[in-house]
Design a protein around this ligand. Sequence first.
Ligand SMILES: [Zn+2]
Length: 231
Amino acid sequence: MALPATPHSPGRLVVLQALKPKRCSACRRGPLSLLVLEDDAPRCLDCADLGHLVFLPRGDTALTRRSREESGLSVVVVRFNRRKSRYERQGVLVEEPALARAEARCLADAEARRRRRARDARRRAAEDEHFAAAFAAEILRLFPGCPADRARAIAAHASARGSGRVGRSAAGRALSEGAVISAVVAAVRHVDTPYDQLLMRGVTRYEARRRIAQAVESVLRSWQETGTGVG
Ligand SMILES: [Zn+2]
């Protein structure tokens, strides 16, 4: 049975994955897994002068593209899909040194990406640290009586990357007084008052806030005074 015509322009070299076991019409070797049709006769890769090439299965787009760039000769490998009645690309045959160079380029890229990610992470960490320090300084400017470790903890919490907390908002970025005060109030509410316990007991948020308002006020007032350091 003759295979259907391949969908390639005449003269374009293409290698077929055999659907049935076939022998080379020149050297009689077989069965062949990969073959070239010459005048409808199957030839093994050696007889078709392609024996020096290695098969690279499809799937890695960058590696395939680079292997073909690096390879003086490259040939597409196709297989006929009977159900869909069409040829489907299975991979390419390329020169082995070309594949090795392409793999090296892809590895170098992966390494470069890894290093860039590490650099970015270090830069973000430095930015975070810088921002948290500025935030803590602003807390202490507004609340000189706030213990330094509390200020640092509030600033670190508020500026935690990706948390969507107040410190990360545009206002927090700008270290607006409003943003800094909100972060401090939230921290005082959770740490210095029974706010969370009230919520746990089923008290509504509004009622819980009403009950602790006085306590929050008194902590904030004490922190606004220099050096009293409550909490
Ligand atoms: Zn042969």
